[in-house]
Ligand binder design. Sequence first.
Ligand SMILES: [Zn+2]
Length: 365
Amino acid sequence: MRQHPGSSRQQIAKALGVSKNTVSLIIDRYIQSGIVRETGTVEAGNVGRPRIRLTIDSQSMTAAGILIGKKTAQYRVMDYASNVLETGEMALHGENPDTCLEEIKRLCRSLHRQYPTLLGIGIGIPGLVDPVAGVVHYSAHLGWDRTEVKKTIESCLALPVYVLNNVKAASLAWLQPAQPASSDLFYIRLGEGVGGAYIHESGVFHGSSWTAGEIGHLSVRENGPVCRCGKKGCLETLVGVPAILQVMAERAKRKFSGPKELRRFLDEPENRDRVKEVMCRLGYDLGQVLPSVIHLFNPRQIIIDSPLDRSSDFQQAIIDETCRKTLSYSFHQVEIRFVYTPHAILSGAAQAVILEYENEQIFVN
Ligand SMILES: [Zn+2]
């Protein structure tokens, strides 16, 4: 019903392969609790009664997503149809995980007071996260080791909390109804760090120790720069946003305050030629890992989320390099898309709450 608003009981029964009576019983319960509304009719042609359209009252359920960073926490509240109700940022003063989580607790409580219809809160964290236990095993970016996030925050909140790796959270933003539904995509995000996530059958694949998709630490240059993980030449040291800003500052002989300013600079036609070589090299470096992604996961779509999304030189270098090193048949089946969605982590973390709620409903019913 979220993906196909306005469906009738008959259409739902047919799509799920269950009887109309079963669907009607469940729908009646949702109507009574105010979650679902009957909104008009669908003409059934000359025969039969017109069918009643059903719509989820998207305002009746909301979800929040939070991204914990080093100095700030960003947050977003969305309704059930993924309409954004609020986006904000809060400064964090805590120097260790305990004090930081105290501040996050206060944020969660205040969001719940403001939005009593919250189904839960999703939290994205850069690092290795066990999403079932809600434990952060390691975060180089935050300087955290084995930290119980879910348990700590749930202890003071009458809401479920879901903790996810930030890139895996962002990948879930592509499961929103507004996005072209694809259950078979590999999402790559160039941010402070570089990460990837494979989405299959409406869920993100975590792997046995939560590291599936961590392409940022694939070594692509034998004697490249030392990464924060301790190894040399990791992809992250070459195409992470800090590395991009640095190399661009050297080439353009100016400083960039952040990815948005860099993006504006790249949009100016007269700047394109000046930075063509840099864009090609960045694309070449990222292009080193795509053949592995295609051969290992065989996704239908690869989404590359970065502030370089509109650079045709960057795009072409990636495509050329991937084509050169991938089996020709596989290469021609995959679609590579370039996007820039700075708030995807927040939307995806909120989306995780909605997906968990829907999974629970399957058991309830
Ligand atoms: Zn590394």
